[in-house]
Design a binder for this molecule. Structure first.
Ligand code: ZN
Length: 227
């Protein structure tokens, strides 16, 4: 892989259609399926708890994935594409917006959990199964009964509602080594490679659904939509 790939999704969550140039191409060993890497790249590959985008290259449905070198590769591309080919890429805009909303709400929930002294231990931002996990050690008592867990859930919802009522911008910076930091104004900054909304005003129907302790983790399920 020679030419450098510009990750357009790092800069603009809402860029869902873009011309691009093929910077690498090949055929998979087994099925003979054509794959390409393009730049600029608008496809978010699965990673960091966020599902991959769905979309097309020149109208052909492709599956994005990150290769070992960190390049986003698109499988299922038209067989005629070669390095240097000009293409048009398109992704499912509704899916992208939903992923960005869930992901951004997850950052806020993570900050609310950490404000309680919980240690973040895992997350999924997949639609209908979005949740954050925290280490329960030292917090068994506050989560011991259904009533206490419901009280914690209500507190997290109140914290979420307050953060959204205050509002704030969501921005990202990329350093020379490629490390990206996402900042939610008034909430926190953390390293992240996902897609996010522009402003907390873009979030709607953010609901903390449940707090439970299961398999050695505090699991907080939530949902969110793009406004
Ligand atoms: Zn993120």
């Amino acid at each position: 892989m020679t030419a450098r790939q510009e990750q357009a999704y790092y800069q603009d969550t809402y860029l869902t259609e873009s011309p691009a140039t093929v910077i690498a191409a090949g055929t998979s060993d087994g099925g003979g399926e054509r794959w390409v890497a393009v730049s600029p790249n608008i496809f978010h590959p699965k990673g960091g708890g966020q599902p991959s985008d769905e979309g097309t290259v020149d109208g052909a449905p492709v599956a994005p994935a990150r290769d070992d070198a960190g390049v986003v590769v698109l499988s299922g591309a038209p067989a005629t594409l070669e390095v240097g080919s000009a293409v048009v890429c398109s992704i499912d805009a509704d899916r992208r917006r939903l992923h960005a909303a869930l992901h951004t709400a997850g950052h806020i929930l993570g900050a609310l959990g950490e404000a309680r002294g919980w240690q973040h231990s895992g997350h999924s931002h997949f639609p209908a199964q979005a949740r954050l996990d925290f280490d329960p050690e030292g917090h068994e008592e506050e989560l011991a009964t259904p009533e206490s867990r419901e009280a914690v859930r209500a507190e997290l919802q109140a914290g979420m509602d307050a953060a959204l009522a205050r509002g704030g911008s969501v921005t990202a910076t990329l350093d020379e080594t490629g490390h990206r930091t996402v900042t939610i104004e008034g909430v926190n900054s953390e390293p992240c490679g996902g897609t996010h909304v522009r402003s907390l005003a873009d979030l709607a129907k953010v609901r903390i659904l449940e707090v439970k302790v299961k398999r050695g983790a505090i699991k907080v399920r939530y949902e969110a939509e793009h406004a």
